[in-house]
Design a protein around this ligand. Structure first.
Ligand SMILES: Nc1ncnc2c1ncn2[C@@H]1O[C@H](COP(=O)(O)OP(=O)(O)OP(=O)(O)O)[C@@H](O)[C@H]1O
Length: 461
């Protein structure tokens, strides 16, 4: 039990509570309470577990949790993390059979020697299954995509972006984040939010291209009761209202239809919105961050994006460089993801020394997302402890087979280009002709010649 230093009087009161009363409380709690011991064996669950697993507490008690409610069936396996950190972990999670995410809070109970004795996990229902809004109180601390939220990168390019984002985060100015897919636009929009004065309020993210236009309007602005056929008779709160006081991140803003652009402009200029089916405007206190991988100005030229909205969104613009243009960050990101997945899959793999130059030389069309996914696959699928160069080559060529890369068909120039990339990246990584020669299995004099040809000659030009 938590040491709260109760008064004697209150402690006596607690002691007087009967087992029957305590069970009545637990058994009737709407939130799932699920307790396991340090060996992941069943201790207790209340009937709320039926909503989540379709199993009664009795069925759960008779199950082998490790084999039947297996950790890998969860998006994030929490018990190992709690036991290792001995800290409370909050995660947006999903059991494979659930339709939507749930929020689980796992609390370790420590014995007198500081060892984990039990883990008490409470699981809240999918957030949009509630009719009333408790959403502002839920803060996601762990989600699969986020990892620890640590920003990895020391290249000048990423530092420049971070410095801009840091400066604007304390203001309410609109920020537009540009960059290819997977460069970290959503990730950095969260960084702006968590560094802003709005950090204790909700951060709501919506991908404008993923939702049909009619649905997007009711998702963003909400609707009044019976606003349209099939609408709930209670109406629905929109994301703008839910984000009140916080930040709304509109991803793929270039995909917004022209009528929706007018409505978003109204939110920005007049700080108001009108729920679907209503005529009464409501106040919107939100900061808007937008992102796109499209050329927004070109869309303006093509009359597909409103110029007035473009200029409003564009107050501060920053472009995240593609990963291939910041090879300095590739190795630190790869090592970071290697740690993340070693921890997740309880492995202890590492890259052979031939892998880093290959990582740097690859063109990463899917940017950081592709690197993350590739490292995860390498950790799961490579044989043995060491991730070898051929593992990397196999997985990247598997990914590319079928992709439409334009290939220069002139043999000499293709080979020269490949050699140039290999040398540039190896030298950037090893910073010495001796180490580079060793890694590429060539003589040091050959390495030196190649460095002169591709690195120094180019710099001297
Ligand atoms: N600097 C970083 N450090 C660590 N992880 C990062 C960094 N930037 C991005 N990531 C991770 O890379 C992945 C892709 O990032 P994100 O989803 O933000 O890209 P995006 O540019 O928004 O992509 P899209 O345009 O396709 O939506 C995520 O898993 C994110 O956590």
């Amino acid at each position: 039990m938590a040491e709260l230093g109760y008064s004697e009087e209150y402690q006596t009161y607690l002691d007087s509570l009967t087992k029957e009363t305590l069970l009545k409380i637990l058994e009737n709690a709407y939130t799932e309470v699920f307790v396991t011991d340090a060996d992941d064996r069943y201790v207790y669950t209340n009937p709320a577990c039926m909503r989540h697993y379709g199993l009664t507490p009795e069925q759960m008690k008779n199950m082998n949790l490790q084999s039947e409610l297996r950790p890998e069936r969860w998006k994030i396996s929490l018990s190992g993390r709690v036991k290792k950190s001995k800290k409370v972990i909050i995660a947006e999670n999903k059991y494979y059979a659930m339709e939507q995410n749930v929020v689980t809070i796992s609390v370790p109970i420590l014995d007198e020697d500081g060892n984990v004795e039990m883990i008490v996990s409470t699981t809240q229902d999918p957030i949009n299954s509630y009719d009333f809004s408790i959403k502002n109180e839920v803060k996601t601390i762990v989600s699969e995509e986020e990892d620890s939220g640590e920003i990895i990168g020391s290249s000048k390019a990423i530092k420049r972006c971070l410095s801009i984002l840091q400066k604007v985060s304390k203001t309410d100015i609109n920020v537009l984040i540009l960059g290819e897919s997977g460069t970290g636009k959503s990730f950095l929009s969260k960084y702006v939010h968590t560094n802003s004065l709005r950090r204790d309020k909700p951060f709501i993210s919506i991908n404008c291209s993923a939702i049909p236009e009619t649905l997007l309007e009711s998702e963003l602005f909400g609707y009044v009761p019976h606003a349209f056929t099939g609408a709930s008779n209670k109406g629905k709160e929109g994301l703008i209202k839910i984000a009140n006081g916080g930040t709304l991140f509109l991803d793929e803003i270039g995909e917004l239809s022209l009528p929706m652009q007018v409505k978003i402009l109204d939110v920005i200029e007049n700080k108001r919105f009108i729920p679907v089916g209503s005529t009464t405007p409501e106040h919107a206190d939100i900061r808007i961050i937008t992102a796109t991988n499209k050329d927004l100005y070109q869309l303006v030229q093509d009359n597909k994006f409103r110029e007035d909205l473009y200029w409003r969104l564009n107050s501060i613009k920053t472009t995240l460089p593609p990963l291939r243009e910041r090879p300095e960050d590739i190795i630190s990101l790869a090592n970071y993801f290697l740690n993340v997945f070693n921890e997740k899959y309880k492995t202890n793999k590492y890259f052979s020394k031939k892998v880093p130059p290959l990582l740097c030389g690859y063109h990463w069309p899917g940017n950081i997302r592709q690197l993350r996914n590739l490292v995860e696959r390498l950790v799961i699928l490579s044989d043995g402890k060491v991730i070898e160069d051929y593992d990397f080559q196999r997985f990247t060529s598997e990914e590319e087979s079928g992709s439409k890369r334009v290939v220069n068909s002139d043999y000499e120039s293709v080979m020269e280009e490949a050699e140039r990339k290999l040398v540039e990246n190896s030298y950037l990584f090893y910073k010495s002709s001796r180490k580079m020669a060793e890694a590429l299995n060539i003589s040091q004099s050959k390495a030196y010649r190649l460095i002169r040809k591709y690195v120094y000659d180019e710099k001297e030009d």
